[in-house]
Design a protein around this ligand. Structure first.
Ligand SMILES: [Zn+2]
Length: 257
């Protein structure tokens, strides 16, 4: 797609594009911690600002608070937080949002990308997955954006994170292609998730338990049991035409079901 090449050992940038602040922490941040420790440059993006994540605050107040929480979480692993400034519940696959997404890819030039499963419980997640799939295919075409083409721009390894509870929108179990052992970084993952205090407090008040962190721990332990480790994050790799089909995460971290 372009003639700008770069040594693959130098091209170590990863981008997670999720719908809402805290989605990455649930779905893939253990893997991001491992990549950061291996010297990768980590970028975490959300399409929406998180303005519906409250029962008491104004949209502006909660969005500002959640941006701070997301930045604080990203900072813990030296990652950069980006937001495409869409509204909760109104993430759609349209031209303006796709342009923003392509420009984000253009600025980062990721070699590895994480996003939501193509089928998930909430339409913001589904739309984000579509936007990310389209942008990952398109961004390295020189004419796709007016932003400069960075060295290393190419169709990236694309991984879909587990949907919520590991089931798709029809309740079917998702069968992962790829597991990453996050046992050794589970507390870092929990620490980053805990940065999202506005959401944790809300669930704690509602459930009377620390359901926010408990749900995350239950899920990674469930995935861990499937691959004989304490805790794992699970992914489905996109292997359609033009995408790399080698499983880079397995090459890097060696985890297998
Ligand atoms: Zn979400």
């Amino acid at each position: 797609m372009n003639d700008i090449t770069v040594d693959s050992t130098e091209h170590r940038r990863v981008l997670a594009v999720m719908a809402h602040p805290d989605d990455a922490e649930f779905a893939c941040v253990g893997t991001l911690v491992r990549l950061a420790r291996a010297g990768w440059e980590v970028h975490i993006a959300t399409v929406a600002v998180g303005d519906c994540g409250t029962t008491t605050e104004s949209p502006e107040a909660i969005a500002a608070r959640r941006a701070e929480e997301a930045k604080r979480s990203a900072t813990l692993i030296g990652a950069t937080y980006h937001c495409l400034d869409e509204r909760d519940g109104f993430v759609v696959y349209d031209k303006p949002t796709l342009r923003k997404c392509v420009d984000l890819f253009r600025r980062v030039a990721p070699r590895v990308v994480f996003t939501h499963a193509a089928e998930d419980y909430m339409m913001d997640h589904v739309m984000t997955s579509l936007l990310c799939r389209a942008a990952s295919f398109l961004y390295a075409a020189p004419n796709a954006s007016t932003l400069p083409l960075l060295p290393g721009s190419q169709v990236p390894h694309l991984y879909y994170c587990d949907p919520v509870e590991g089931v798709d929108s029809l309740g079917r179990l998702v069968e992962p292609t790829t597991y990453v052992d996050v046992s050794a970084v589970l507390e870092e993952k929990a620490g980053m998730l805990a940065c999202h205090a506005s959401q944790r407090e809300w669930l704690r008040a509602h459930h009377g338990t620390d359901e926010y962190l408990d749900a995350m721990r239950r899920h990674v332990r469930m995935r861990g049991r499937q691959t004989a480790v304490e805790a794992a994050e699970a992914f489905v790799q996109h292997r359609g035409h033009a995408y790399p089909r080698d499983d880079l995460l397995v090459e890097l971290f060696g985890s297998q079901p």
